[in-house]
Design a protein around this ligand. Structure first.
Ligand SMILES: CC(C)(COP(=O)(O)OP(=O)(O)OC[C@H]1O[C@@H](n2cnc3c(N)ncnc32)[C@H](O)[C@@H]1OP(=O)(O)O)[C@@H](O)C(=O)NCCC(=O)NCCS
Length: 173
């Protein structure tokens, strides 16, 4: 298993992984997007999405690759103070935010999630961030378990997003 930054030319595989994520039984507790919307997006959308996370400092998508299959993925978004975050909230301090956490069922409980989160932490630390933040649905117990094991603790911030009640968790880098 290799964990690395995605390449722009991998957009078809990223599209497949994302569509599988949006079909997951827990998708309604995990993602702001829906399968019905995503499946209709043109190739240009997926090309652009892959390119934006393959290069630069604004975002990174890290993938776990097993024998040419994408086992899972995480994305770090750099949110700049004064901008709006992915929930439409104003960002007070520039921060690194972990989103789009998904591991295919066959690879769950194998440590892939930890490797992806560690890679996200390393990338964020190298860009000067001292914390990694994420939001997780209040009822997504498995994700919260994985995040706690990876060193995240609740920050005390709770809010309601498009998918319902969420809590913020933070890990020092
Ligand atoms: C979230 C996800 C990436 C976690 O990866 P994973 O490999 O399944 O996680 P792990 O098995 O390594 O860790 C889960 C932890 O929660 C625990 N757990 C599992 N189910 C649980 C439940 N119903 N209640 C409480 N804890 C639970 C596990 O025991 C484990 O903790 P432990 O290692 O301390 O025993 C993966 O399940 C996934 O892709 N889920 C669908 C998408 C999703 O929910 N993404 C997160 C969006 S915020």
């Amino acid at each position: 298993m290799t964990v690395r930054r995605v390449r722009a030319d991998e957009w078809p595989a990223l599209r497949g992984l994302r569509l599988d994520a949006l079909r997951d039984p827990d998708a309604r507790l995990a993602f702001l997007d829906s399968f019905a919307d995503a499946v209709q997006r043109p190739d240009e959308h997926w090309r652009g999405r892959a390119a934006a996370s393959a290069e630069g400092d604004a975002a990174v998508q890290l993938v776990a690759v097993d024998d040419h299959e994408l086992a899972g993925s995480v994305t770090v978004l750099v949110q700049v103070a004064g901008s709006q975050d992915h929930h439409g909230r104003r960002v007070r301090h520039s921060r690194a935010v972990l989103v789009g956490v998904y591991v295919r069922p066959a690879y769950r409980g194998t440590g892939v999630t930890d490797d992806l989160i560690d890679a996200a932490a390393t990338w964020s630390r190298a860009r000067g961030f001292r914390e990694l933040t994420l939001d997780v649905h209040r009822d997504n117990a498995r994700a919260q378990g994985a995040y706690r094991r990876a060193g995240f603790t609740p920050s005390g911030v709770a809010f309601t997003s498009a998918i319902g009640p969420e809590i913020e968790m933070v890990r020092a880098l």
